[in-house]
Design a protein around this ligand. Structure first.
Ligand SMILES: NC(=O)c1ccc[n+]([C@@H]2O[C@H](COP(=O)([O-])OP(=O)(O)OC[C@H]3O[C@@H](n4cnc5c(N)ncnc54)[C@H](OP(=O)(O)O)[C@@H]3O)[C@@H](O)[C@H]2O)c1
Length: 324
Protein backbone atom coordinates (compact mmCIF):
# COMPACT_ATOMS: atom_id res chain seq x y z
CA UNK A 1 0.00 0.00 0.00
CA UNK A 2 1.25 3.48 -0.85
CA UNK A 3 0.54 6.78 0.86
CA UNK A 4 0.86 10.38 -0.29
CA UNK A 5 0.28 13.91 0.88
CA UNK A 6 -2.76 15.12 -1.03
CA UNK A 7 -3.41 18.87 -1.19
CA UNK A 8 -7.16 19.36 -1.61
CA UNK A 9 -7.31 23.12 -1.03
CA UNK A 10 -4.51 25.73 -0.97
CA UNK A 11 -3.81 27.32 2.41
CA UNK A 12 -1.93 26.70 5.62
CA UNK A 13 0.54 23.81 6.17
CA UNK A 14 -2.30 21.87 7.89
CA UNK A 15 -3.81 21.35 4.42
CA UNK A 16 -1.08 18.74 3.86
CA UNK A 17 -2.66 15.44 4.88
CA UNK A 18 -1.63 11.83 4.37
CA UNK A 19 -3.94 9.61 2.29
CA UNK A 20 -3.73 6.12 0.79
CA UNK A 21 -3.06 6.06 -2.94
CA UNK A 22 -2.87 3.48 -5.68
CA UNK A 23 0.41 3.38 -7.64
CA UNK A 24 -0.33 1.77 -11.01
CA UNK A 25 1.87 -0.59 -13.00
CA UNK A 26 4.13 1.38 -15.36
CA UNK A 27 2.95 1.97 -18.96
CA UNK A 28 5.41 1.73 -21.88
CA UNK A 29 8.38 4.05 -21.29
CA UNK A 30 7.52 4.45 -17.60
CA UNK A 31 9.22 3.28 -14.43
CA UNK A 32 7.69 2.57 -11.00
CA UNK A 33 9.77 3.97 -8.16
CA UNK A 34 9.60 3.44 -4.38
CA UNK A 35 10.69 6.69 -2.74
CA UNK A 36 13.30 6.47 0.02
CA UNK A 37 13.53 10.25 0.54
CA UNK A 38 11.59 13.24 -0.78
CA UNK A 39 12.94 16.78 -1.15
CA UNK A 40 11.11 19.80 0.29
CA UNK A 41 11.64 23.07 -1.55
CA UNK A 42 10.56 26.67 -1.16
CA UNK A 43 8.52 26.20 -4.35
CA UNK A 44 6.32 23.73 -2.41
CA UNK A 45 5.30 26.56 -0.06
CA UNK A 46 4.12 28.68 -3.00
CA UNK A 47 2.09 25.74 -4.31
CA UNK A 48 0.58 24.92 -0.93
CA UNK A 49 -0.28 28.55 -0.12
CA UNK A 50 -1.90 29.10 -3.51
CA UNK A 51 0.61 31.72 -4.77
CA UNK A 52 1.47 29.30 -7.60
CA UNK A 53 -1.57 27.65 -9.18
CA UNK A 54 0.56 25.15 -11.09
CA UNK A 55 -0.64 21.98 -9.30
CA UNK A 56 -4.21 20.98 -10.28
CA UNK A 57 -6.13 20.24 -7.03
CA UNK A 58 -6.61 17.79 -5.50
CA UNK A 59 -2.99 16.94 -6.21
CA UNK A 60 0.23 15.56 -4.76
CA UNK A 61 2.87 18.28 -4.36
CA UNK A 62 6.64 17.72 -4.42
CA UNK A 63 9.24 18.27 -7.09
CA UNK A 64 12.01 15.82 -6.28
CA UNK A 65 12.74 12.45 -4.72
CA UNK A 66 15.18 9.56 -4.70
CA UNK A 67 14.49 5.86 -4.44
CA UNK A 68 14.59 2.43 -6.01
CA UNK A 69 13.07 1.13 -9.25
CA UNK A 70 10.38 -1.45 -8.45
CA UNK A 71 9.03 -2.16 -11.98
CA UNK A 72 9.63 -1.05 -15.55
CA UNK A 73 7.23 -0.69 -18.47
CA UNK A 74 7.73 -1.99 -21.99
CA UNK A 75 10.56 -0.31 -23.89
CA UNK A 76 12.51 0.81 -20.82
CA UNK A 77 16.10 -0.14 -21.57
CA UNK A 78 18.34 1.84 -19.26
CA UNK A 79 16.70 1.14 -15.88
CA UNK A 80 16.07 -2.18 -14.11
CA UNK A 81 14.33 -3.26 -10.93
CA UNK A 82 16.59 -2.47 -7.96
CA UNK A 83 18.38 0.50 -9.62
CA UNK A 84 18.95 3.57 -7.46
CA UNK A 85 17.51 6.69 -9.08
CA UNK A 86 16.66 10.33 -8.37
CA UNK A 87 14.66 12.94 -10.25
CA UNK A 88 13.14 16.38 -10.20
CA UNK A 89 10.04 17.21 -12.19
CA UNK A 90 7.70 20.14 -12.75
CA UNK A 91 4.84 17.59 -12.91
CA UNK A 92 4.77 17.24 -9.07
CA UNK A 93 3.82 13.98 -7.33
CA UNK A 94 6.93 13.79 -5.13
CA UNK A 95 5.22 13.74 -1.69
CA UNK A 96 4.36 10.04 -1.96
CA UNK A 97 5.84 6.72 -0.92
CA UNK A 98 5.95 5.70 -4.59
CA UNK A 99 4.90 6.68 -8.11
CA UNK A 100 5.26 5.94 -11.79
CA UNK A 101 7.30 8.36 -13.85
CA UNK A 102 8.68 8.58 -17.38
CA UNK A 103 12.15 7.07 -17.80
CA UNK A 104 13.06 10.40 -19.43
CA UNK A 105 12.92 12.10 -16.01
CA UNK A 106 15.24 9.74 -14.15
CA UNK A 107 18.85 10.29 -13.15
CA UNK A 108 20.93 7.24 -12.17
CA UNK A 109 22.11 7.62 -8.57
CA UNK A 110 25.66 6.47 -7.69
CA UNK A 111 26.12 4.32 -4.54
CA UNK A 112 28.23 7.07 -2.98
CA UNK A 113 25.33 9.54 -2.92
CA UNK A 114 22.70 8.80 -0.26
CA UNK A 115 18.99 8.93 -1.05
CA UNK A 116 18.60 11.78 1.43
CA UNK A 117 21.43 13.83 -0.07
CA UNK A 118 20.04 13.38 -3.59
CA UNK A 119 16.44 14.12 -2.59
CA UNK A 120 17.38 17.24 -0.65
CA UNK A 121 20.02 18.66 -3.01
CA UNK A 122 19.33 17.64 -6.62
CA UNK A 123 17.05 20.54 -7.54
CA UNK A 124 18.96 23.08 -5.47
CA UNK A 125 22.27 21.69 -6.77
CA UNK A 126 21.32 21.86 -10.44
CA UNK A 127 19.83 25.33 -9.95
CA UNK A 128 23.12 26.49 -8.45
CA UNK A 129 25.06 24.69 -11.21
CA UNK A 130 23.07 26.43 -13.96
CA UNK A 131 23.48 29.83 -12.28
CA UNK A 132 27.22 29.59 -11.57
CA UNK A 133 28.30 27.84 -14.78
CA UNK A 134 25.79 28.63 -17.50
CA UNK A 135 23.48 31.62 -16.82
CA UNK A 136 26.64 33.52 -15.90
CA UNK A 137 29.98 31.72 -15.86
CA UNK A 138 31.84 32.82 -12.74
CA UNK A 139 35.51 33.61 -13.50
CA UNK A 140 38.62 34.02 -11.35
CA UNK A 141 38.82 37.63 -10.19
CA UNK A 142 35.05 38.24 -10.31
CA UNK A 143 33.27 39.70 -7.33
CA UNK A 144 29.91 38.00 -6.85
CA UNK A 145 26.92 38.94 -4.68
CA UNK A 146 24.78 36.05 -3.35
CA UNK A 147 21.61 36.77 -1.37
CA UNK A 148 20.35 34.25 1.23
CA UNK A 149 23.92 32.94 1.20
CA UNK A 150 23.29 30.35 3.93
CA UNK A 151 20.16 29.01 2.21
CA UNK A 152 19.79 25.84 0.14
CA UNK A 153 20.64 27.18 -3.32
CA UNK A 154 22.60 30.15 -1.93
CA UNK A 155 25.10 28.05 0.04
CA UNK A 156 25.89 25.94 -3.05
CA UNK A 157 26.22 29.04 -5.24
CA UNK A 158 28.73 30.56 -2.81
CA UNK A 159 30.80 27.38 -2.95
CA UNK A 160 30.78 27.07 -6.77
CA UNK A 161 31.75 30.77 -7.05
CA UNK A 162 34.53 30.53 -4.46
CA UNK A 163 35.85 27.36 -6.16
CA UNK A 164 35.95 29.28 -9.48
CA UNK A 165 38.22 31.89 -7.87
CA UNK A 166 35.70 34.67 -7.24
CA UNK A 167 35.40 36.90 -4.19
CA UNK A 168 31.97 36.17 -2.73
CA UNK A 169 29.84 38.72 -0.86
CA UNK A 170 26.93 37.00 0.87
CA UNK A 171 23.86 38.52 2.47
CA UNK A 172 22.17 36.66 5.33
CA UNK A 173 19.31 37.19 7.77
CA UNK A 174 21.05 36.38 11.08
CA UNK A 175 24.41 36.14 12.88
CA UNK A 176 24.14 32.30 12.98
CA UNK A 177 23.69 32.25 9.21
CA UNK A 178 26.69 34.59 8.83
CA UNK A 179 28.91 31.92 10.39
CA UNK A 180 27.62 29.30 7.96
CA UNK A 181 28.02 31.64 4.99
CA UNK A 182 31.67 32.12 5.88
CA UNK A 183 32.12 28.32 5.86
CA UNK A 184 30.45 28.23 2.44
CA UNK A 185 33.14 30.53 1.03
CA UNK A 186 31.91 34.10 1.56
CA UNK A 187 34.75 36.59 2.13
CA UNK A 188 32.33 39.36 3.09
CA UNK A 189 28.97 39.00 4.79
CA UNK A 190 26.19 41.57 5.17
CA UNK A 191 23.33 41.11 7.64
CA UNK A 192 20.85 42.67 5.25
CA UNK A 193 18.00 42.97 7.74
CA UNK A 194 20.15 45.26 9.88
CA UNK A 195 22.15 47.09 7.25
CA UNK A 196 21.51 48.27 3.67
CA UNK A 197 23.65 45.97 1.52
CA UNK A 198 24.07 48.47 -1.35
CA UNK A 199 26.50 50.93 0.32
CA UNK A 200 28.35 47.97 1.89
CA UNK A 201 28.87 46.34 -1.53
CA UNK A 202 30.09 49.69 -2.95
CA UNK A 203 32.55 49.95 -0.04
CA UNK A 204 33.84 46.38 -0.49
CA UNK A 205 34.26 46.76 -4.27
CA UNK A 206 35.74 50.30 -4.16
CA UNK A 207 32.58 51.47 -5.96
CA UNK A 208 33.35 49.15 -8.90
CA UNK A 209 30.32 46.93 -8.28
CA UNK A 210 29.90 43.19 -8.79
CA UNK A 211 30.08 41.21 -12.04
CA UNK A 212 27.02 39.18 -11.06
CA UNK A 213 24.33 39.36 -8.38
CA UNK A 214 22.43 36.13 -7.63
CA UNK A 215 19.07 37.10 -6.20
CA UNK A 216 16.38 34.66 -4.97
CA UNK A 217 14.89 37.10 -2.46
CA UNK A 218 13.05 39.17 -5.09
CA UNK A 219 10.86 42.05 -3.93
CA UNK A 220 13.08 43.26 -1.06
CA UNK A 221 16.42 43.08 -2.91
CA UNK A 222 15.85 43.41 -6.68
CA UNK A 223 16.40 47.19 -6.95
CA UNK A 224 19.42 47.05 -4.61
CA UNK A 225 20.95 44.16 -6.57
CA UNK A 226 20.68 46.21 -9.78
CA UNK A 227 22.37 49.13 -8.03
CA UNK A 228 25.28 46.86 -7.01
CA UNK A 229 26.15 45.76 -10.56
CA UNK A 230 29.42 46.74 -12.27
CA UNK A 231 29.28 48.02 -15.88
CA UNK A 232 28.09 45.07 -18.04
CA UNK A 233 27.23 43.22 -14.81
CA UNK A 234 24.44 40.66 -14.72
CA UNK A 235 21.54 40.26 -12.30
CA UNK A 236 20.49 36.61 -12.15
CA UNK A 237 17.13 36.53 -10.40
CA UNK A 238 15.89 33.05 -9.60
CA UNK A 239 13.25 33.46 -6.92
CA UNK A 240 10.99 35.68 -4.87
CA UNK A 241 11.24 34.49 -1.26
CA UNK A 242 10.22 37.98 -0.02
CA UNK A 243 7.46 38.43 -2.61
CA UNK A 244 6.97 39.09 -6.33
CA UNK A 245 9.16 41.74 -7.98
CA UNK A 246 7.14 44.76 -9.11
CA UNK A 247 7.29 45.64 -12.83
CA UNK A 248 10.48 47.52 -13.69
CA UNK A 249 11.50 49.80 -16.56
CA UNK A 250 14.00 48.12 -18.92
CA UNK A 251 15.70 51.48 -19.55
CA UNK A 252 17.13 51.18 -16.02
CA UNK A 253 19.63 48.72 -17.53
CA UNK A 254 20.98 51.29 -20.01
CA UNK A 255 23.32 53.48 -17.88
CA UNK A 256 25.61 50.55 -16.96
CA UNK A 257 24.73 48.26 -19.90
CA UNK A 258 23.44 45.65 -17.45
CA UNK A 259 21.42 42.51 -18.12
CA UNK A 260 18.85 40.56 -16.13
CA UNK A 261 17.74 36.93 -16.37
CA UNK A 262 15.08 34.84 -14.65
CA UNK A 263 16.09 31.17 -14.52
CA UNK A 264 13.56 28.35 -14.71
CA UNK A 265 15.64 25.26 -13.91
CA UNK A 266 13.09 22.87 -15.46
CA UNK A 267 13.25 24.66 -18.80
CA UNK A 268 17.00 25.22 -18.57
CA UNK A 269 17.60 21.47 -18.12
CA UNK A 270 14.75 20.30 -20.39
CA UNK A 271 17.27 18.15 -22.28
CA UNK A 272 17.66 15.00 -20.15
CA UNK A 273 21.19 14.28 -21.41
CA UNK A 274 22.33 17.73 -20.21
CA UNK A 275 20.41 17.27 -16.97
CA UNK A 276 22.14 13.93 -16.30
CA UNK A 277 25.54 15.43 -17.18
CA UNK A 278 25.04 18.34 -14.78
CA UNK A 279 23.80 15.92 -12.08
CA UNK A 280 26.97 13.88 -12.53
CA UNK A 281 29.07 17.06 -12.10
CA UNK A 282 27.06 17.84 -8.95
CA UNK A 283 27.54 14.36 -7.48
CA UNK A 284 31.29 14.53 -8.23
CA UNK A 285 31.49 17.93 -6.50
CA UNK A 286 29.88 16.44 -3.37
CA UNK A 287 32.25 13.47 -3.49
CA UNK A 288 35.50 15.44 -4.03
CA UNK A 289 34.58 18.04 -1.41
CA UNK A 290 34.12 21.01 -3.79
CA UNK A 291 30.62 21.30 -2.30
CA UNK A 292 29.53 20.77 1.30
CA UNK A 293 25.81 20.03 1.45
CA UNK A 294 23.59 21.79 3.98
CA UNK A 295 22.82 19.64 7.04
CA UNK A 296 19.70 17.57 6.43
CA UNK A 297 16.64 17.50 8.71
CA UNK A 298 14.28 14.52 8.37
CA UNK A 299 10.51 14.43 8.80
CA UNK A 300 8.16 11.49 8.30
CA UNK A 301 6.01 11.88 5.16
CA UNK A 302 2.99 12.24 7.48
CA UNK A 303 4.74 15.28 9.08
CA UNK A 304 4.77 17.34 5.86
CA UNK A 305 2.89 20.16 7.62
CA UNK A 306 5.63 20.43 10.26
CA UNK A 307 8.26 20.43 7.51
CA UNK A 308 6.46 23.36 5.85
CA UNK A 309 6.34 25.31 9.13
CA UNK A 310 10.08 24.78 9.41
CA UNK A 311 10.63 25.76 5.76
CA UNK A 312 8.82 29.04 6.24
CA UNK A 313 10.75 29.95 9.38
CA UNK A 314 13.73 32.04 8.37
CA UNK A 315 15.83 30.57 11.21
CA UNK A 316 16.16 27.24 9.43
CA UNK A 317 19.56 26.31 7.98
CA UNK A 318 18.81 22.69 7.14
CA UNK A 319 17.71 21.13 3.88
CA UNK A 320 14.53 19.17 4.58
CA UNK A 321 13.50 15.69 3.50
CA UNK A 322 10.35 13.66 4.03
CA UNK A 323 10.88 9.96 4.63
CA UNK A 324 7.97 7.60 3.80
N1 LIG B 1 14.30 29.56 -10.62
C1 LIG B 1 14.37 28.27 -10.36
O1 LIG B 1 14.33 27.44 -11.24
C2 LIG B 1 14.51 27.86 -8.93
C3 LIG B 1 14.89 26.55 -8.59
C4 LIG B 1 15.06 26.23 -7.23
C5 LIG B 1 14.83 27.20 -6.25
N2 LIG B 1 14.41 28.45 -6.64
C6 LIG B 1 14.17 29.52 -5.65
O2 LIG B 1 15.37 29.74 -4.95
C7 LIG B 1 15.06 30.28 -3.68
C8 LIG B 1 15.85 29.53 -2.64
O3 LIG B 1 15.29 28.23 -2.48
P1 LIG B 1 15.74 27.28 -1.30
O4 LIG B 1 14.83 26.12 -1.32
O5 LIG B 1 17.21 27.07 -1.39
O6 LIG B 1 15.36 28.19 -0.03
P2 LIG B 1 16.33 28.89 1.03
O7 LIG B 1 17.26 29.84 0.35
O8 LIG B 1 16.96 27.85 1.89
O9 LIG B 1 15.26 29.67 1.89
C9 LIG B 1 14.83 30.96 1.50
C10 LIG B 1 15.67 32.02 2.21
O10 LIG B 1 15.30 33.29 1.67
C11 LIG B 1 15.55 34.28 2.63
N3 LIG B 1 14.41 35.20 2.71
C12 LIG B 1 14.46 36.51 2.43
N4 LIG B 1 13.28 37.07 2.63
C13 LIG B 1 12.44 36.10 3.04
C14 LIG B 1 11.07 36.08 3.43
N5 LIG B 1 10.32 37.19 3.41
N6 LIG B 1 10.52 34.91 3.81
C15 LIG B 1 11.25 33.77 3.83
N7 LIG B 1 12.56 33.75 3.46
C16 LIG B 1 13.15 34.89 3.08
C17 LIG B 1 15.81 33.57 3.98
O11 LIG B 1 17.22 33.63 4.22
P3 LIG B 1 17.82 34.83 5.12
O12 LIG B 1 17.22 34.66 6.49
O13 LIG B 1 19.28 34.65 5.08
O14 LIG B 1 17.35 36.09 4.46
C18 LIG B 1 15.39 32.13 3.70
O15 LIG B 1 16.13 31.22 4.46
C19 LIG B 1 13.54 30.20 -3.52
O16 LIG B 1 13.00 31.49 -3.79
C20 LIG B 1 13.14 29.21 -4.60
O17 LIG B 1 11.84 29.39 -5.05
C21 LIG B 1 14.27 28.78 -7.94
Amino acid sequence: MHTAIVLREAGRPEQLNLESINVPEPSPGEVQVRHEAIGVNFHDVYVRSGLYKTLPLPGIPGLEAAGVVTATGAGVEHFREGDRVAYFTSLYGGYASGRVISQEQLIPLPEAISFELAASHLLKGLTSYALAHEVYTVKPGDTVLVHAAAGGVGSLLCQWAAAAGATVIGTVGSAEKAESARRYGCSHIVLYREKDFVPRVQEITDSKGVQVAYDSVGKDTFAGSLACLAPSGHLANFGQSSGPIPPFEISQLFPKSNSVSRLNVFVHFRDIARRRQAAQALFTAFQDGTLQPSPIQRFALSEAAQAHHSLESRDRQHALVLVP
